[in-house]
Every structure is written in structure tokens, then in C-alpha cells.
Design a protein around this ligand. Sequence first.
Ligand SMILES: [Zn+2]
Length: 269
Amino acid sequence: MPEGHTIHRLAARHAALFAGDKVHASSPQGRFAEGAARLSGTVLESTEAYGKHLLHHHAGELTLHVHLGLYGKITDGEGEPSEPVGQVRLRLTSDRHWLDLRGPTACEVLTPPEVAALRARLGPDPLRADADPERAYARISRSPTPLAALLLDQSVVAGTGLIFVTEALFRAGLPPTLPGKRLGRDGWERLWADLVALMSQAVERGRIDTVRDEHLPEVMGRAPRVDRHGGEVYVYRRPGDPCHVCGAQVRRGELAGRNLYWCATCQPA
Ligand SMILES: [Zn+2]
């Protein structure tokens, strides 16, 4: 599933392509025909990302809400789009650009109160200037739940997925199983600042890099990572491989049905 940086990049791209333009909306597949009809002919005024949720705000207080989930994909281009191929849930076109959305978990039109309700059920997003990390700490500092599970819970922190969470915990030297309430305020402030830094860099680069300069492949004399996720990381999807810092084998475990990765030496319990 794409992590928050991908959605923030999409929001910025869609603003560049469509903001201020009148758009035509359709649902070639038919499943979003009614919603598309409500949006069609309106001006797309602005876009935003909140965690893994993409919002297109249209004139007339209508907001398109998209959550890509595991399989959702958005493509775009200039000029006239070609005949729709496959299950296109939503096609958006302006005089200059087009966009196709396929396979999302959510694609719906929201009213302002519904947008407010969506925001209310999400934790602070490290990529948003209006994020209040105290809201997340209030939940974390009272919870016996493992820190990794709390950070993956979108109602605690929004936009963080498995890569950012496992890597930020490694960089902080914290075991993923640490109960939230055992993380002190200083620890939380450092963790939050690191999430902000890692995720902001990922928005710029379009990939997730988490290793510090001294652990880059060229510095360590090791081969670069080959993975469809790209990016140089410490532990994510590296089970059995040597830790870049201490050489111990990276561990893998399961937590609430998700794989977790950590180094038992660098992240002692
Ligand atoms: Zn290590």
C-alpha cells in the first residue's frame, strides 16, 4: 500500500494539472457514475492529502475522496485521453489534462461535514503543517499496545506505513514491541521529528531512503538495494541480512498480521 508521501505527491501533482480548471468527470466502469455526475462541470479548486487519503475540493462544496488501498492506481497525461482500458472508476479531464483512477478502496463525493468527520478520525499527519503531535502522544503515552502497532494505526498517526514505521523505530533504537506508555515524551518528540524528516524527504525524492550518509552503499562498499520499493533502508524487508550498523542478522516477526523487521542488537528490548 502506498505510504503518505505518495499521496502528498499525487495531491501536489493534481493541483498542478487541474487546480482552477473546470473538469469533466465520468466513470467508464460505471461504479462511480452518480458521483462523477455530481463533480462533472465543476471547477477543481484545490487538492490536499491527509495521511493516505487524497482529497480534491471542487466548487460547490463537493470533495472527491480517494483512498487507493492495496490496488488503487492513478495515471494521468496531457491532451485527450485514449479509450479507457480496464476498470476505470473515475476519469477526470480538463481542456489540458486527463487522469484515470483504477481499483481504489474508496472513491466517493463528500460534503464538508463528511470531510470534517474523516479528518476527525485520523491522527496527525507528519507531512502536514497543521499536524499536532500532542494528539498522537496522548494516545501513545496511555497505551500498553506495542509502539509499531500504534504508529501503524491511522487514528494515532496518519500516513505512516510499514516502511516508515519500521525504519523510524530502527533509527530511534526502539524495539517495535515497546509498549506505547513506556515511550517518554523526549522519545516521542525525537520519533516524530524523524518521521517528519524521513517523510518530507520521501515526498521530494519519490522514494523512501532512511539510511544515514555513513551507511550508504558507496560509503560501506556494499551493493545498492534492489527492491521494487527502491530506497536504501536499514531493516525493512531485509530479514536474515546483516544489519548495516552492527552486522547482526535482521529479524522478522509478526504483529497483528503485519510483518515487522528489526535488529535485536540495535533495538534492544
Ligand atoms: Zn544492528
